[in-house]
Ligand binder design. Structure first.
Ligand code: GDP
Ligand code: K
Ligand code: MG
Length: 296
């Protein structure tokens, strides 16, 4: 560590409504594709940590599910992840986007409960005129009176490095919480299942992806390759047919896309075997939610 400079470390919680670009922002801040991104709301179901370390600091980001009104048990667990991350936060990145009208109160109620300083991120400014951005800045200034408001484009990395400076200003002096080599709190199997889930979101319409959970049954690694067996859980027999498709064609495409992405992520050749199983209404079932890691 450089002389005279105290080490800073802390937890930065990334929260906001669905689809405003939280996961895109975390990946951009950390410089790794840790969180899956799709154009659909409720893609992120867990709290995913992305750790960024240097000689003088360690920032532990938490990407979280979008704040919603829970409709079933899975949603409740998702909102518990948001609450936990807000409880731990030293700094809150409240992400909103240029389009958000913000009629609902649920996200703001969560923010009122946190004691950590808030940075408001107005995302997707690549899609807005400067006037509209300024209007949003005024709006959030009046609504939340945060420490800082930053218009950014997470997708294009515009103004993202400046967020880091603001965080470092607000971060407490502390020693590192994790080994400086660590990138995340989640194991490789988690990312495998997330990557497959992302491809499911891309290949199927409407409700089907929301009914899917991916379980990595085995992950066997050798020097130059990995053999992965994964099960896609659905909620009903009819969804099983949709996932598999005529003659297995749909599942084959999901498998091929997943394999390509997995090879990029793991940097080894990947053999992927997928099966589909039914776990009736797992999203409302306590036992299944525990088994899939959504509950203790
Ligand atoms: P989350 O649900 O808040 O985690 O949002 P995601 O990161 O999954 O992004 C939702 C959608 O918004 C995806 O289609 C992203 O590509 C898109 N997106 C994210 N950031 C930006 C941005 O800065 N500009 C534009 N135009 N799109 C963005
Ligand atoms: K999303
Ligand atoms: Mg997300």
């Amino acid at each position: 560590m450089s002389e005279g400079k105290k080490h800073k470390a802390g937890f930065v919680s990334i929260v906001g409504k669905p689809n405003v670009g939280k996961s895109t922002l975390m990946n951009e801040l950390v410089g790794e594709r840790l969180s899956i991104i799709t154009s659909k709301a409720q893609t992120t179901r867990h709290r995913i940590m992305g750790i960024m370390s240097s000689e003088d600091y360690q920032i532990v980001y938490s990407d979280t599910p979008g704040i919603i009104n829970p409709k079933y048990e899975l949603h409740e667990s998702m909102m518990d992840f948001v609450d936990n991350s807000l409880n731990d936060a030293d700094v809150v990145l409240f992400v909103t986007d240029i389009f958000e009208t913000f009629k609902e109160k649920d996200a703001l109620i969560k923010l009122e409960k946190t004691k950590a300083p808030i940075i408001v991120i107005i995302n997707k400014i690549d899609q807005a005129k400067q006037d509209d951005v300024l209007k949003k800045v005024t709006y959030w200034q009046e609504k939340l009176n945060p420490k800082v408001i930053m218009p950014v484009s997470a997708l294009h990395g515009f103004n993202v490095p400046a967020i880091l400076d603001e965080i470092l200003n607000l971060l407490p002096e502390h020693e590192a919480f994790y080994d400086k080599e660590e990138l995340t709190d989640k194991p490789m199997r988690f990312f495998v299942s997330e990557i497959i889930r992302e491809k499911i979101f891309m290949h199927y319409k409407e409700e089907v992806p929301y009914s899917c959970e991916v379980i990595v049954e085995s992950f066997k690694e050798s020097d130059d390759m990995v053999k992965i067996k994964a099960t896609i859980m659905v909620e009903r027999e009819s969804q099983k047919g949709i996932i598999i498709g005529k003659g297995g064609i749909k599942l084959k495409h999901v498998g091929a896309d997943s394999r390509k992405e997995l090879e990029k992520f793991i940097q080894k050749k990947v053999f992927l075997e997928t099966h589909v199983k039914v776990d009736s209404d797992w999203r409302k079932n306590d036992k299944s939610l525990k088994m899939f890691g959504y509950k203790n």
